[in-house]
Design a protein around this ligand. Structure first.
Ligand code: SF4
Length: 383
């Protein structure tokens, strides 16, 4: 059977774990008030890049994603040096998609111009909601006026590929709030919009508030209404729904995220970053100080190293593939794994089709409208 080892193109993820303040719903690996270690952290990243240079010599980097945290809170020269170091040691393909995440209130024209100058060609802005009262209630540092200003600044600086992140199902968010958010953002004509359903996680401010009975989550029915509204309305605005939570203008799908969904290889740099390389998944330490101190001695602790055997590869391929609206092509599956998906999962597929959660059209298995709502129930069948 073919394995990932034959693929010599990689995605590169670089984690910048700094934020101005912590949003109430956020369980990402990010910290507020750690400006003191920004420069040592970038030095550590430099060392980590160098640690991979011999290993990645034969690989091409097709996409780079600088995520966080809020990468745009740091000095743009740190980002410039970071990209320069990647170019020095890795084989970044000409025309590679290079994305950076940014939050309104942390951008300036000069910063955006520096990003473009370094070759960053995709900007992902965390807008989340249009209404200032909601932004305040979820602990965001910006208001919608700043989002509009920063979006227009990005256009003026020369960004043509801009994603806007939105969240629905926020406590206190009405259906009308959501329709206003979707319409107003779509009218700005970004090339990509992500719409995430809020999940309240333990260890967040919202998680604590929920535990103490001080937070009323949105009803499931409203959450689903909001999701299906986004699907229909964004289609009307010319966006293609290509992944459960993602919509793009034709040709503007996020190439880096497609690396994950198509089960291809990637390397993650920085504290807490995950990698999938040579058939193994692993992550860097989540201890920020430890990451920096060890990197200074050129030591990099990779944790949770997990060899993905062929059964694991097959499960991941189907689960990730079903996240894509185009679904899983059963002929491609057969070519890749030299086995028929119906031989392996015939019973599960029949059961899911009879429950109306997936459909089979000619040669693809894909989620139905109901399946999009109950995707986890589908995925579990392929584990
Ligand atoms: S800006 Fe993003 S990463 Fe930072 S705290 Fe808010 S949601 Fe989390």
């Amino acid at each position: 059977m073919q394995t990932q080892k034959n693929d010599n193109t990689l995605g590169l993820y670089i984690h910048i774990p700094f934020c101005k303040s912590k949003c109430y719903y956020c369980d990402f690996f990010s910290f507020a008030g750690r400006e003191d270690i920004i420069y040592p952290y970038f030095q550590a990243l430099k060392n980590e890049i160098e640690s991979y240079k011999g290993i990645l010599g034969n690989y091409k980097i097709g996409t780079v994603y600088i995520g966080g945290g809020t990468p745009s809170v740091v000095d743009a020269n740190c980002i410039r040096e970071l990209i320069n170091n990647c170019r020095k040691h890795f084989n970044i393909e000409p025309g590679a998609e290079i994305s950076i995440e940014a939050n309104p209130g942390t951008l300036s024209f000069d910063k955006l111009a520096t990003y473009l100058d370094t070759g960053i060609n995709r900007l992902s802005i965390g807008m989340q909601a249009w209404q200032d009262r909601l932004l305040e209630s979820i602990g965001r540092i910006h208001r919608s006026g700043e989002f509009i200003e920063n979006f227009e600044l990005a256009r003026k600086a020369g960004f043509t590929n801009i994603n806007v992140d939105l969240i629905f199902g926020l406590p206190g968010q009405t259906f009308d709030d959501w329709t206003e958010t979707v319409d107003n953002v779509a009218e700005l004509k970004p090339s990509h919009i992500s719409c995430y359903s809020l999940k309240i996680e333990e260890g967040t401010v919202f998680g604590d508030m929920l535990g103490e009975g001080r937070l009323k989550p949105v009803e499931d029915e409203l959450d689903r209404q909001m999701y299906h509204f986004a699907i229909d309305r964004l289609a009307g605005h010319g966006f293609r729904h290509y992944e459960i939570s993602n919509f793009s203008k034709p040709g503007f799908e996020c190439k880096h995220n497609l690396v994950y969904w198509e089960g291809r290889q990637y390397i993650g740099l920085g504290a807490g970053a995950h990698s999938y390389f040579n058939g193994k998944r692993y992550n860097n330490t989540y201890d920020l100080n430890n990451y920096i101190n060890c990197a200074a001695k050129n030591q990099f602790h990779r944790e949770n190293i997990e060899e993905i055997d062929i059964n694991g590869q097959i499960s991941e391929y189907i689960i990730l593939g079903l996240r894509l609206i185009r679904g899983v092509d059963v002929d491609k599956f057969k070519m890749k794994f030299e086995t028929d998906v119906f031989d392996l999962f015939g019973k599960q597929i029949d059961r899911l089709i009879s429950r109306g959660l997936i459909e089979f059209n000619e040669r693809t298995l894909r989620l139905t409208k109901l399946g999009l709502d109950l995707a986890n129930q589908v995925f579990i069948e392929f584990l």
